[in-house]
Design a protein around this ligand. Structure first.
Ligand code: B3K
Ligand code: ZN
Length: 862
């Protein structure tokens, strides 16, 4: 590729320039027809003082069939118009001075749009997805987040329901008019139209505004929308109580659609959701689904303030809204459910997705400074690490400082498109703390490795820290960051010697001392996972077991157990004999401890995932062998089951939940322990309990857990057939049916099973959920995806190539299955590289996939 051609595709943070026009109102008049929707836009605007003489550049792609362009009602001389593949430019010479109205008319074809971006049809329902750059597929517009204005929208069409943002102004058969009084960028625009029914609710804000709530679903799905509606009310109450944020329109609409590229979208007053994050019944949704629905409903609602009222200046600032909104939804779930369990789950997810990203070719900072395709940057780093960074900020400035800073943020930036610099300035101004060094968390990629050594002498304990962040693409050297390390000291009898203290490590090497200690304590470090780092310390199994038994910090307690299991697995996976006596003893004690929350016990029982073991081996400079890792983990699970057979059998009975299914945290906790126990017992009971539970279960949580065991044991045939017969018409359940068969399959069979499933008529691969179910299921089967013969890689590459022409966002997203390829052996690397090169060679490959695959291939050349 020649340099100029490549340069044009890259967007740089350093190139940001404000838009030279101010918009004051946008009026859209949309006549909806599946194959020829007419969009008339009238945009009131004026040149920004000092920018008179600028050409008016509007974004808009090839899919817009331009019928007319006028200024103040007069058609523009075509000599003043210029169009390329991505823009329409009106020459400055044609623009009136002062305020003017630009009018355009385009015709688009939603029916032909398979990308789930812009205006498209999902199961006959018109819907939109405009973030990040979808609005430009609907009409010509300055499609960038710092251009904000109010919208008036008229929708016409022979459709029962016609929805857009803001408040309803006029509703009559075939026509609806909406007005959104809050200035917003185009990425928050939405319309939905079709045959939908509402599950209604109400909410009165604390200042007395009456808000009509609706969850819109397809006729027949009403009985599965109640939990989403309840979750919305809980989120609205919580945001008032905890952040003092009220809702600001007369209506709040949520719509569930079946074809959606991600979880949901926070369009102002009209959130659009993937139906899997709205529809739930005990028969069809698992405990994890319920928890996720509650969290995502809250997340999108919370965006109303963190994202919509205050948005991002440009897409490099994405973590400004996403990191903060994830942080807020995590707080919400902690408050409503178990804070300890939530923290552990979040750390597990962070390590599985974000650490993995940081350690591979796709590493980037929470605030990147270049991209080719912004949709490739809706990542774990931007979202989850973005949230961790806020958690650290809070720890450094304290709860009160955080509350003051947030109040100032809302006061100062309401109605604005802000930056990370604005965000940090608010914290500096509210608390007086200098955040210059802290900012590196936003600008530098990579997970710091923090080494801690302990020295004990005459009642004084010294902790020596050293920090180092490995190089990441484009960032070879990393200066030291500020790392808050929450530390506790535990005496030999298990008592805490002091309240938890937060040490601030700011230097490459730094020491802290604790004096006048009566006896050498056990150090509990990185409590609550106080910073997203890898902590390295020498610790023997006995000390880990001690922390698992005594640590008062639930995260640190779980971590000690996790490390105990990890140590045993690392030894076994690198060929040493399995030594698991310490783990087995410690597990027995925690399992039998009825004072410990069953959910926490369940988490302790889950052995580290194969992917995590591989990551750890790679970080320690070894080449992970997926088959050896799988075998080691299987053996350890069997040993645990055999050693604790009676205890586990007792717990399985004790944890049975009586009465009808309820998705609340207490019942879910009991189920989680019972099902984790069943998983271990299946190693010795040949799946007898799983089969019995599958046959008797009245809920999807138990049914799926049982089914997964049966698949692993290779005896799921009848269960799979029964499930298919019963749920054939339920897309969400059938997604689970596809996914479990590859995810839990014996690794040697996984790729073949995936291939067979892909031939079924029910494999409606254009549906993002179905595609993700199968390819994501295989990617989650570590030893299966990384099969030594390359069969997993080939399967993926073939389908990614196919999907790329239909839905580039999904293809690019799913290509991340390959991001760890450089860590494996030469044979696997050759297969993976061949698969990536096969994708790269595809004619007409999308910008999305091209960028992802090029970044991953580049890792092989360094
Ligand atoms: N803001 C959306 C994500 C949009 C993704 C665009 N590819 C959902 C969310 O984070 O709430
Ligand atoms: Zn979000």
């Amino acid at each position: 590729m020649n340099a100029t051609a490549q340069d044009r595709t890259v967007t740089l943070l350093a190139d940001y320039r404000p838009y030279p026009f101010n918009l004051t109102e946008t009026r859209l008049d949309v006549t909806l027809l599946p194959d020829a929707t007419r969009v008339r836009a009238a945009i009131d605007m004026a040149a920004v003082p000092g920018c008179e003489g600028s050409d008016l550049v509007l974004d808009g792609g090839k899919g817009l069939d331009l019928r007319s362009v006028a200024l103040n009602g007069t058609a523009i001389d075509p000599a003043h118009l210029r169009r390329d593949n991505e823009t329409l430019t009106i020459a400055a010479a044609a623009l009136p001075s002062g305020r003017f109205t630009l009018q355009t008319e385009v015709v688009i074809d939603p029916e032909a749009n398979t990308s789930c971006e812009g205006l498209y049809l999902s199961g006959g329902i018109f819907c939109t997805q405009c973030e990040a750059e979808g609005f430009r597929h609907i009409t010509f517009y300055p499609d960038r987040p710092d251009v904000m204005t109010t919208f008036r929208v008229t929708l016409r069409g022979d459709l029962p329901v016609l929805l857009s943002n803001g408040n309803p102004i006029r509703q009559e058969p075939g026509l609806a008019e909406w007005h959104d009084p809050w200035p917003k960028p185009s990425y928050l625009f939405a319309l939905v139209a079709g045959d939908l029914v509402a599950v209604p609710g109400r909410f009165t804000t604390r200042s007395g505004r009456e808000v009509v709530l609706n969850v819109w679903v397809r006729p027949g799905d009403q009985d599965r929308a109640g939990f989403a509606l309840e979750s919305l009310v809980r989120a609205m109450e919580w945001d008032e109580r905890v952040y003092g944020r009220e809702y600001d329109l007369d209506v709040f609409n949520i719509v569930a659609v079946d074809d959606f590229n991600m979880g949901a979208m926070e369009n102002k007053g009209l959130n659009i959701f993937n139906s899997k994050l709205v529809l739930a019944s005990p028969e069809t949704a698992t405990d994890a689904d319920y928890e996720r629905i509650e969290a995502v409903i809250a997340h999108e609602y919370f965006h109303n303030w963190t994202g919509n009222r205050i948005t991002c200046r440009d897409w490099f600032q994405l973590c400004l809204k996403e990191g903060l909104t994830v942080y807020r939804d995590q707080q919400f779930t902690s408050d409503l459910r178990s804070a300890a369990v939530k923290r552990i789950e979040d750390v597990q997810a962070l390590r599985a997705r974000q650490f993995r990203e940081d350690q591979g070719p796709l590493a980037h900072p929470p605030r990147p400074d270049r991209y080719e395709e912004i949709n490739n940057f809706y990542t774990a780093t931007v979202y989850e690490k973005g949230a961790e960074v806020i958690g650290m900020l809070r720890l450094l400035v304290g709860d009160e400082g955080y509350a003051r800073a947030l109040d100032l943020y809302f006061d100062r930036h309401d109605g604005q498109a802000a930056t990370i610099e604005d965000w940090l300035a608010v914290f500096q101004d509210a608390t007086g703390r200098d955040l210059t060094q802290f900012k590196r968390w936003y600008t530098d990629a990579g997970t710091p490795i923090l080494t801690m050594e302990e020295h004990w002498q005459d009642g004084t304990l010294t902790l020596d820290f050293a920090q180092e962040t490995p190089p990441t693409p484009g960032q070879p050297d990393k200066p030291a960051r500020v790392i808050p390390v929450a530390v506790g000291l535990i005496g030999p009898d298990g008592t805490e010697l002091m309240p938890t203290r937060v040490l601030e490590v700011t230097e490459p090497r730094q020491s802290f001392t604790f004096v006048d200690l009566p006896a050498r304590p056990v150090v509990s470090a990185l409590r609550g996972f106080s910073a997203p780092v890898v902590l390295r310390r020498q610790m023997d199994d006995a000390t880990r077991a001690f922390l698992l038994a005594h640590d008062s910090d639930p995260f640190a307690r779980w971590e000690a157990g996790h490390e105990l299991a990890m140590a045993a697995l690392l030894r076994a996976a690198s060929g040493a004999a399995v030594e698991d006596a310490a783990l087995i003893g410690a597990m027995g004690r925690i399992l039998a401890d009825d004072s410990v929350d069953p959910a926490l016990r369940a988490l302790c029982l889950h052995l580290p995932a194969e992917e995590e073991i591989a990551a750890r081996l790679a970080m320690d400079g070894m080449t992970p062998d997926p088959d050896a890792i799988h075998a080691a983990r299987e053996e350890l699970a069997r040993n645990l089951a055999q050693s604790h057979a009676a205890l586990l059998a007792g717990l399985f009975d004790q944890m049975a939940v009586v009465g009808p299914y309820r998705p609340d945290a207490a019942d879910a906790a009991r189920r989680s322990l019972r099902l984790a126990v069943m998983g271990l017992l299946s190693r010795i009971d040949r799946g007898a309990r799983a089969q019995a539970l599958f046959d008797a279960a009245d809920n999807m949580t138990e049914r799926m857990s049982a089914l997964s065991i049966l698949v692993r044991l290779g005896q799921a045939g009848p269960a799979l057939r029964a499930m298919q017969a019963r749920f054939a018409a339920d897309r969400l359940v059938m997604d689970k049916w596809f996914s479990v068969q590859v995810m839990a399959a014996p690794p040697a069979d996984a790729a073949r099973i995936a291939r067979d499933l892909a031939t079924l008529p029910a494999f409606d691969w254009r549906n993002p959920n179905r595609f993700r179910a199968l390819l994501g299921g295989l990617a989650a089967n570590h030893a299966g995806f990384h099969a030594a013969d390359g069969s997993g890689y080939r399967f993926h590459a073939e389908w990614l190539i196919r999907m790329d022409s239909v839905n580039p966002q999904i293809a690019a997203r799913m290509s991340t299955a390959f991001e760890t390829w450089p860590r494996y052996d030469a044979g696997r690397r050759a297969h993976a590289l061949a698969a990536l090169e096969q994708i790269a060679a595809k004619k007409g490959l999308s910008r999305n996939s091209r960028e992802m695959v090029a970044r991953m291939i580049a890792a092989g050349q360094s």
